[in-house]
Design a protein around this ligand. Sequence first.
Ligand SMILES: Cc1cc2nc3c(=O)[nH]c(=O)nc-3n(C[C@H](O)[C@H](O)[C@H](O)COP(=O)(O)OP(=O)(O)OC[C@H]3O[C@@H](n4cnc5c(N)ncnc54)[C@H](O)[C@@H]3O)c2cc1C
Length: 344
Amino acid sequence: MEKILLLAHLDESGSALPRAAREALAAALELSSALAAPLTVGLIGENVEAAANSMVGCGAKILATTGAELSQPRYATDSAAIEAICRKAEPTLVLAPATSRFARVMGGAAQLLGGHIDTHITALAAADGAPRATRWFYRQRVEAVLTRTARPWFLLLDPGTRAQWDGPVCTASVENVTVTLPPTRTQVTCIRAPKQDEQTIRPDAKLLFVAGAGWTKKQADGQVHVADAEQLILGFLKGSGASLGSSKSLVDQTGEGQTALPFMSHLNQVGQTGATPRHPKGLSTCCHGEEPHVVGWRFIGERRAVNLDANCGWARGKADVLYVADAFQVVKAVNELLATRGKP
Ligand SMILES: Cc1cc2nc3c(=O)[nH]c(=O)nc-3n(C[C@H](O)[C@H](O)[C@H](O)COP(=O)(O)OP(=O)(O)OC[C@H]3O[C@@H](n4cnc5c(N)ncnc54)[C@H](O)[C@@H]3O)c2cc1C
């Protein structure tokens, strides 16, 4: 019989579970019921009490490794904690959210425990009493369903692929797993990150706003209006809290020394050679390309586009709603609404 272990660490607040962990918990519970396999949760952090209390309703047994050293992501301490929990729980399947902290350490931990690992898992299922894991290959164009006989089988679950688990908060009974941590050299002294307003890539945003090269092209008056475009796009991001995506043509302009939007980088690019982010909604503006619409938007739930060209084939073919309009005027009007009504 399979035995499932879900691993989770705390978020930056040091007390709550990250959203990705709650999504992974939902997936683990479904798999546990489909396989009739017991589920154990293994928590890692300085003090896991609040996180454990918030997941009591799931009914799983809760193990924890705790200590001040585990408040910080660090390969040596995280892999020791994962190993200790796995040796205690003796799982055949180890599920974990693909947070940057776990993505860094889980491959090594699987190796340490003689297991196998698969990453970027987007769905789990059971067939004939065995687990099946789904992931995409070739820039999200080919979807494969994987099986393995090797155990323990580690599976890193991509965030944003399912609804998160939520339940009532009660006092949890947690079994502590002692771990001997190795001597550490790495200390996190502080975190330096751009302010929320400056950070344009926001994986948790409800909306992905995609800007295309049209923003920097000559407009009806024969002039380019890059300064207006910059102000409108940044105003929209600030007012709506959306994440910013871009077509390749627009981000390439920075490298080619053309008039470009300074806050755009290749990290914003969506598409075949860019990212395929997951958001409930998407709004594409001034964007014609096949790759952003077909591949970049693959995991966007509801898609809308603003384009001057009523015959823009990709916007017509791939968006649920196409507004044939001037994006400068549309975004200006939307920003005014956002200023008076506040964030949606
Ligand atoms: C191997 C390969 C990989 C690629 N990978 C990617 C990728 O990952 N991502 C990607 O994006 N591209 C990729 N491309 C490039 C892609 O094929 C397109 O060239 C690119 O996406 C076009 O960018 P765009 O739509 O922003 O610009 P354009 O094609 O120039 O379109 C601009 C659009 O803006 C509209 N417009 C202009 N002014 C306004 C206005 N005021 N209001 C509303 N609309 C307006 C125009 O009507 C036009 O439709 C790849 C190409 C190749 C060959």
